[in-house]
Design a protein around this ligand. Structure first.
Ligand SMILES: Cc1cc2nc3c(=O)[nH]c(=O)nc-3n(C[C@H](O)[C@H](O)[C@H](O)COP(=O)(O)OP(=O)(O)OC[C@H]3O[C@@H](n4cnc5c(N)ncnc54)[C@H](O)[C@@H]3O)c2cc1C
Length: 412
């Protein structure tokens, strides 16, 4: 049989994995990337350690404009094939509370293993190749850079989303796919810090504390997330904020008002007014004469205490035991549900992934082949599927590439 040519646009996570899978099936594989090296973004992942997968791949960690389709794209059978794939290229996982990293805790290990395997199998790398346009004439794809035109039997769009454009992923996937008639679902930054509305953010800048966050609109709860929050001079950051950001951006772009309610007592296991009042009464019994500032400083980072006292319209010299029930409730209410109105997220250059993208409705979930153009495949973050922090976005990059590879006929 004649060797079939596959050209992969994007030598990132999904592109490199797909190249290996296709070459193992006997295809002639070329990977082009606009950067001068492959896998640039991979080096930044997991703060340089690359959280490449998770032990718990539950569907609740994934999001899409068409949530009902997620289960067919993130299927159990392919999830089970991810770690064996990495074992086959020499990567063993290090399990940190279910978050999986390469055992060296170095992103470069995983990137090098992918590149080495692809090179060793005979894939051709064409760095600094910026794909501007793809056309299909008869049965052949024509792939245009500003100075070269290549042809291929199959094309894979693995050019990422709009997040972290300095890594090369700047939205070209959408342009290339839409030239074949694909629908692009609205794209927003996700896994990104959030800007609040308020004049007090400079006062809590630099604080880190565990808290429970509830994102809501005027009328409904969007999502909750618990963990360490980073308080910044513009609002909120940290993993648990990132995990709310995609859904918040969707609501903000629908013109809704969005708020985050912070439970600062979460770290003490307190979620209700009753529990909080009893906790504080017991504390007041032990620290009977202490003023409010000292009383609260033992519980919260010192930068937060004057802010809490002021916002509850109390004075730092007051003693907790002497407060009226109304005053106690006012303070406790603030600590249980400190509301930050959200203005917007930071931009794509600070977002780890993007909400939205190429519609899942137009892609075959078993092969990742376009339903609109035979021989065109679409992988990874370019698609309208995004995950929480924890290895879910790289997880989907591998899953989509493995699906494509499995579906290819052997040409050996
Ligand atoms: C700072 C940061 C940390 C992250 N940490 C994690 C983590 O720990 N765990 C996790 O699961 N996810 C993490 N992510 C997300 C993860 O990196 C992405 O989801 C994943 O890389 C997407 O893979 P991809 O193959 O779809 O696209 P990418 O890896 O973005 O690769 C796309 C490639 O296509 C190339 N390209 C784009 N346009 C063209 C064109 N026109 N011509 C040629 N080439 C083109 C780009 O140069 C790029 O190399 C992180 C992201 C960032 C930014």
């Amino acid at each position: 049989m004649k060797t079939k040519k596959i050209l992969i646009v994007g030598g990132g996570a999904s592109g490199l994995c797909a190249a290996i899978m296709a070459r193992r099936k006997g295809y002639e594989v070329t990977i082009v990337d606009k950067n001068d090296t492959m896998g640039k973004k991979l080096l930044l992942t997991g703060s340089g350690r690359c959280n490449f997968f998770n032990k718990d791949m539950d569907l609740r960690y994934f999001h899409s404009t068409d949530p009902a389709l997620i289960s067919s794209f993130v299927d159990l059978e392919t999830i089970k094939e991810v770690l064996p794939f990495f074992k086959s290229i020499g990567i063993l996982p290090e399990d940190r509370d279910g978050y999986l990293y390469p055992s060296t805790l170095q992103a470069s290990t995983l990137r090098e293993a992918l590149i080495y395997e692809a090179e060793n199998l005979g894939c051709t790398f064409l760095p600094s190749f910026d794909v501007q346009k793809i056309e299909k004439k008869k049965d052949l794809f024509y792939i245009y850079s500003p100075d070269v035109v290549l042809t291929s039997d199959y094309v894979v769009i693995a050019a990422g989303s709009k997040s972290y454009p300095k890594t090369g992923s700047d939205g070209d996937s959408y342009k290339l796919a839409s030239s074949f008639g694909h629908t692009i679902r609205e794209v927003y930054p996700s896994l990104v810090p959030l800007k609040g509305v308020g004049s007090y953010f400079k006062r809590w800048d630099g604080v880190r504390m565990k808290a429970s966050l509830t994102a809501r609109t005027d009328t409904s709860i969007l999502s909750t997330s618990n963990g360490e929050v980073q308080f910044t001079d513009y609002g909120l950051s940290g993993i648990c904020v990132f995990n709310l950001s995609g859904e918040i951006n969707r609501s903000l772009h629908q013109g809704k008002k969005v708020f985050i309610d912070i439970n600062f007592l979460y770290t003490y296991g307190i979620t209700t007014m009753e529990e909080a009042l009893s906790f504080f009464n017991e504390r007041a019994h032990i620290l009977s004469k202490r003023n409010l500032r000292i009383f609260l400083e033992g519980l919260f980072p010192y930068k937060l205490v004057p802010l809490f006292i002021e916002k509850a319209s109390l004075s730092k010299e007051q003693v907790y035991a002497d407060l009226s029930l109304d005053e106690k409730k006012r303070l406790v209410n603030l600590l249980l549900s400190f509301t930050v109105p959200i203005q917007e997220s930071l931009a794509f250059n600070r977002s780890q992934t993007s909400v939205g993208g190429i519609s899942l409705l137009e892609v075959d979930s078993s092969s990742m082949e376009s339903k609109l153009e035979k021989g065109l495949y679409i992988l990874g973050e370019a698609l309208d599927i995004d995950g929480d922090c924890g290895g879910y976005n790289l997880g989907f990059a591998w899953i989509s590439a493995l699906k494509m590879g499995k579906s290819l006929e052997e040409v050996k």
